[in-house]
Write a protein that binds this ligand. Structure first.
Ligand code: SAH
Length: 358
């Protein structure tokens, strides 16, 4: 039976399911979930992420790691953790940049947190030359060292629930069966109790306890060990309403209910909620747009240096910068949340915006 048939049978037997349950099945069903069975990143695959746009992305994050390590007092051992490392491009580029700090590299432990077996196999193949430990969940990380954590485009694939404001109150949006017995979105007949913000009828509120839990777990780890982390993703910087669920396959959008497991299924990162969960876990936080973050880290200078070495690549590098930092590309919709342990100076990229203050 296909995943779609199994989900329909489950709904027939037990009733409609939450969007979060549906997302989890679509992404992680052991037989047919997208990440369990067929993740395809890259130009030829389903979606493109920043490290796949340009090597400069991972290299600049590597420089950010060196700066944090220095501000930690150059500890002899450092634990670098990447969550959801995809096809390992970011880690490869980051490690190349770390060669600038041989003392850091010499005492580096690397832990990858990966839920997808096919992607883990790709990562193991590409990163053979480095001793790396793989775990399935953050809770399994064991380290005595200060930590630096990187997660690019991971918050967006964590499950969320949706609630819709009706005349009678807020009702959960559920995946059920329509008159034609096909999957369809509907509303729970019973409004839910709880603290909801004022909103007009029809407003959709997305909540992702899983995004908050990730931020909270990372904050606890960073608070306990000292260190810092970056959560990079597309999402909102202010609380707001709207249905952001999207299914992507071959760089095209699909109906999220059409073919469970065949497409990547994502939602926007809810940064206000993520930052609050992190702060409650004891860390300091910052949030900047990706364009501003990469420019503060020196993407223009990096491109100039690369272009001087390979003048024929200058136009290609300029296109990559535009894609990563352009206001109408990834520069504004994508944001970088920084988490750092109390007492540590503000890491690069999170200084207050001088223009905003002016
Ligand atoms: N960071 C990479 C890949 C982003 S795709 C890049 O920027 O190119 C999302 C990644 O998160 C994949 O590696 C996916 O397998 C992983 N992932 C999805 N859900 C996860 C979970 N619950 N725990 C850990 N990793 C997860």
């Amino acid at each position: 039976m296909s995943l779609k048939q199994r989900l329909k049978a489950q709904i027939q037997a037990f009733g409609p399911m939450s969007l979060g349950q549906y997302m989890t099945a679509c992404l992680h069903d052991p037989a047919e979930g997208y990440y369990a069975s067929r993740p395809q990143l890259g130009a030829e695959g389903d979606f493109l992420t920043a490290p796949l746009v340009s090597q400069m992305f991972g290299e600049l994050i590597g420089l950010w790691c060196i700066a944090v390590w220095e501000s930690l007092g150059r500890p002899e051992r450092l634990c670098l953790i990447e969550i959801g490392p995809g096809d390992a491009t970011l880690m490869q580029d980051l490690l190349r940049a770390l060669r600038l700090a041989p003392d850091l590299l010499a005492g580096l432990e690397i832990v990858m947190v990966e839920a997808s077996s096919p992607l883990k196999a790709i990562q193991q193949d590409k990163l053979k030359s480095h001793p790396i430990q793989w775990v399935g969940q953050i809770g399994q990380i064991k380290t005595d060292s200060p930590v630096i954590v990187i997660a690019n485009e991971v918050l967006d694939c964590l499950p969320a629930r949706q609630f819709v404001r009706t005349e009678a109150g807020w009702s959960e949006r559920l995946v059920g069966l329509g008159p034609d017995q096909d999957l369809t979105f509907g509303l729970s007949p019973r409004p839910v109790e709880g603290l909801f913000p004022p909103a007009p009828v029809g407003a959709v509120l997305e909540l992702s306890p899983a995004q908050d839990a990730l931020a909270s777990d990372l904050a606890s780890l960073i608070t306990a060990q000292g260190g810092a982390g970056l959560l990079i993703d597309y999402g909102r910087s202010e609380p707001g309403f709207g249905d952001t669920v999207q299914a992507l396959g071959g760089h095209k959008k699909f109906d999220p209910l059409q073919a469970p497991g065949e497409h990547d299924l994502t939602i926007h990162a809810d940064f206000p909620s993520v930052l609050k969960a992190a702060q409650d876990g004891g860390v300091q936080t910052g949030l900047v747009e990706q364009g501003r973050f990469l420019r503060a880290l020196g993407i223009d200078q990096r491109a100039r240096a690369l272009s001087q070495a390979q003048p024929d690549q200058a136009a290609r590098l300029a296109r990559q910068i535009e894609r990563l930092t352009g206001d109408d590309q990834m520069g504004v919709l994508f944001k970088v949340a920084g988490l750092w342990s109390k007492g540590l100076p503000t890491p690069p990229g999170f200084d207050p915006d001088p223009e905003a203050a002016a």
